[in-house]
Write a protein that binds this ligand. Structure first.
Ligand code: SF4
Length: 335
């Protein structure tokens, strides 16, 4: 397996108490595949990926478990090892390219700099590579636009430039954190298509972090749904979108206009708000927001934490029986 995360826990010690940002999370990503990690803000998606990149402050974050990348353990790896891996073998793109790109340097110079730093090539070789990458991500007239500053690019072009910068060293793993949230729907679709095309060409593994199940619908091979720092459902994209089992996943699906339009159901946000990660509810952390607890038994739901099962394949962390899940799933009659 190319990336294996096992029993990952990330705690932050704050003045108000210990924030349990990620709690016993496990998942795998194979080369050439995309894992969509989905959940609301504060579900632990981004914290998980910053742990993979080794970007947490080691003095305030307490991290345990295992993150194995291409056979190498990353947790506890020396800073120099992580610096060598970041940008070279593991790259990341963020939601807002304007804050990630320096306004004082040309787009081409910033892409070339990453290549020079990791590959030790000459300035002119790095510049040629920057032009090649801008061309690959669909920037028109790349030989001219290479000398533009970020403010001279549109939002969609800036995100393409960020992708060019992330992929310039041919990393095996790309982490894309809400890469299309700041873009309009048409440009969003173009960027997702671009990521998929580049993946087909290069075999890069992608972790796509999003709050929007609609984004993973056409992009991800596998999906992990996170809630309160834990995985509550995992499966192939088809399994999770067509036969969702966890009430939280049902709630996410019901709140997505793009995914509900074929099913005659009103749009509904998930009731309530995500829990404080300092005081995560006991038992099933979703129980204060769950409309199905009466079926599984409130004592059980409030008393004991459900584990993700089965261990492999389509699994979820909920006490409802498979029949209850199948019978209760909203909109199943619309399929
Ligand atoms: Fe709802 Fe209980 Fe399932 Fe949690 S375990 S999602 S509270 S039914």
């Amino acid at each position: 397996m190319f990336l294996e995360v096992n029993d990952l826990t990330v705690d932050f010690h704050t003045e108000d108490g210990v924030v349990h940002a990620v709690d016993g999370l496990s998942f795998e990503v194979e080369r050439g595949t995309t894992l969509g990690i989905v959940g609301e803000s504060g579900s632990g998606k981004s914290v998980t990926n910053l742990a993979i990149l080794g970007l947490h402050n080691r003095e305030t974050a307490q991290i345990s478990g295992s993150i194995r990348h291409d056979g190498q353990e990353l947790l506890g790896a020396p800073r120099t090892t992580m610096e060598r891996l970041r940008g070279n073998q593991i790259a990341m793109i963020f939601q807002d390219p304007l804050t990630s790109l320096s306004p004082y340097h040309t787009v081409g110079a910033q892409i070339a700099e990453v290549y020079r730093k990791h590959k030790g090539v000459s300035k002119s070789t790095a510049r040629d590579r920057a032009i090649e990458m801008l061309d690959r991500v669909g920037i028109p007239q790349p030989k001219i636009r290479v000398d533009d500053y970020p403010h001279q690019f549109s939002g969609g072009m800036r995100q393409r430039a960020m992708i060019a910068m992330a992929l310039v060293c041919d990393p095996g793993l790309l982490i894309a954190d809400e890469p299309t949230t700041a873009l309009d729907v048409t440009v969003q679709a173009q960027i997702l298509d671009l990521l998929r095309d580049l993946q087909e060409q290069t075999g890069t593994a992608i972790i796509l972090i999003t709050h929007d199940l609609g984004v993973v619908a056409n992009t991800a091979h596998n999906v992990l749904v996170m809630y309160a720092g834990r995985a509550v459902e995992r499966g192939t994209m088809r399994e999770v979108l067509r036969e969702p089992r966890h009430p939280y996943t049902w709630g996410l699906l019901a709140s997505m206009p793009s995914l509900r339009r074929t099913v005659d159901l009103p749009l509904e946000p998930v009731r309530g708000t995500p829990p404080s990660l300092i005081n995560v509810p006991p038992g099933c952390p979703f129980h204060p927001r769950c409309d199905y607890m009466h079926l599984a038994g409130p004592e059980l739901c409030k008393g004991e934490r459900p584990e993700l099962s089965p261990h492999r394949g389509h699994g979820d962390a909920c006490y409802l029986s498979l029949k209850q899940k199948t019978d209760s799933r909203p909109g199943k009659e619309g399929k």
